[in-house]
Write a protein that binds this ligand. Structure first.
Ligand SMILES: [Zn+2]
Ligand SMILES: [Zn+2]
Ligand SMILES: [Zn+2]
Length: 205
């Protein structure tokens, strides 16, 4: 389980569901005024870029799709399928994955998260013409709409909780609390009866 560092009230995310963490963090990057986009926040944990670095390589097989080769710093292990995560679909609209920047040197340079690419080129490659690279970060209307929905519903993340094995302690303490006054009244009753009977005996002499 992983607690989102930026959400209040707390949002707990399931580490085994990387895709949900990707889209939750991506919604912060797109819509949260607290997120400073020029720091190129990590697409998983939202910390500034130098802290988490992801490196890509071409995978094996006929179509040799990209995959994450190695990563440093991030407290969340990137266990998502790169191909699935990079495509916007009905079940996972978010396509924010680390991609290669065409303007950075090819070797030993960390990848840039897709949603940060515009800020990356603007800040790191100041002489580049932004419109020439728009294809790298341009989102479909579907993805824009769905990411708005994910941001609006970010606090309704279903979390599997372990079953309770014992009866809730509240019930026990309620029973206990309700017994105390009745005991006190019984004591008071006996006290009054005893005092009265002594008083009557004393009066009779
Ligand atoms: Zn959050
Ligand atoms: Zn990270
Ligand atoms: Zn670059």
């Amino acid at each position: 389980m992983y607690e989102c560092a930026l959400c209040s009230p707390t949002v707990v995310l399931d580490l085994s569901q990387n895709q949900r963490i990707l889209e939750h963090a991506a919604a912060h990057i797109l819509h949260d005024p607290k997120v400073e986009r020029t720091t190129e926040p990590c697409g998983l944990c939202l910390r500034p870029a130098p802290l988490c670095q992801f490196f890509l390589k071409k995978g094996k097989g006929a179509n040799r799709t990209l995959k994450i080769d190695k990563y440093t710093g991030c407290p969340i292990k990137p266990s998502f399928s790169y191909r699935v995560a990079s495509e916007s679909s009905a079940s996972s609209p978010c396509s924010n994955v680390p991609i290669a920047c065409p303007l950075c040197p090819e070797k030993d340079v960390p990848a840039v998260w897709k949603y940060n690419m515009k800020d990356h080129i603007r800040n790191v490659h100041k002489t580049a013409t932004l419109s020439n690279h728009e294809y790298l970060w341009k989102l479909s209307n579907f993805e824009i709409m769905e990411m708005k929905n994910i941001w609006a519903k970010r606090h309704n993340v279903p979390v599997k909780r372990p079953k309770r094995s014992k009866a809730p302690p509240l019930v026990v303490s309620d029973m206990y609390r309700s017994r105390i006054p009745s005991q006190r009244y019984w004591f008071l009753y006996f006290y009054i009866v005893n005092v009265c009977s002594f008083w009557i005996l004393f009066q009779r002499g």
